[in-house]
Write a protein that binds this ligand. Structure first.
Ligand code: FMN
Length: 197
């Protein structure tokens, strides 16, 4: 059992930032297990606990998924480019053969759902946030990788990763030891549409 005293919750919330540069150091299984245990403490509609997890620590496999993801995203982008203008920065990154959508992080944890349902995605993302905050409290870096959702839901990849046919990869999160302290993020103040006292 790991200790919980490293950061209080609010400090972890403010300290968590997307980390996109990692050392090659591999995460211990016990550390990953600790993050998964924190993830499943998330609120869950109807107490369904619809989540399941895939952990990938094989860098060769991650690179293969990254390359396939880039091709898929560029193809999709081409297909819709007549409808909307592409994000030029994203296109440049995806076209760069050296760009790894997983930023060479030593682990990818995919929060998956075992079956589809009205609140399943919400539950999975809440679990993902728990996981990221627990990682922050441990001094680890994380980043959601939306770029990976498409490839992780291709039938052959789902089968390879044991994701049930009726389920899905919902929230891919990279985790690793950050190379540098992530700069503090800025947020606009909350927009309150109406406050009825
Ligand atoms: C659903 C989702 C998908 C994201 N996908 C990516 C991604 O594919 N690649 C990436 O570098 N960052 C990704 N991010 C990270 C966001 O860019 C980042 O959270 C945002 O810029 C705010 O920065 P912060 O997390 O440091 O506060 C994603 C975030 C979310 C919530």
């Amino acid at each position: 059992m790991l200790t919980y005293s490293k950061l209080d919750t609010v400090t972890a919330i403010y300290k968590r930032r997307a980390v996109r540069s990692y050392t090659p150091e591999k995460l211990e299984r016990a550390t990953i297990k600790h993050l998964l245990d924190a993830a499943v403490q998330a609120p869950t509609a109807l107490h369904a606990e619809p989540w399941a997890f895939v952990v990938i620590q094989d860098k060769v496999r991650l690179r293969r998924y990254s390359d396939r993801a880039k091709t898929l995203l560029l193809d999709q982008q081409q297909a819709i480019s007549h409808l909307q203008s592409a994000e030029p920065q994203a296109l440049a990154m995806l076209s760069n053969p050296d760009f790894n959508i997983f930023y060479d992080a030593s682990a990818l944890i995919v929060v998956c759902c075992k079956a589809k349902g009205p609140f399943v995605e919400a539950d999975c993302w809440l679990a993902a946030e728990n996981l990221m905050l627990a990682a922050t409290a441990e001094g680890l870096g994380t980043c959601c990788i939306g770029f990976a959702v498409g490839i992780l839901n291709m039938p052959d990849v789902k089968a390879e990763l044991g994701i049930p046919e009726g389920g899905a990869a919902v929230a891919p999160i990279i985790v690793g030891f950050p190379r540098e302290i992530a700069s503090s993020g800025s947020r606009k103040p909350p927009v309150v549409l109406r406050w009825v006292p």
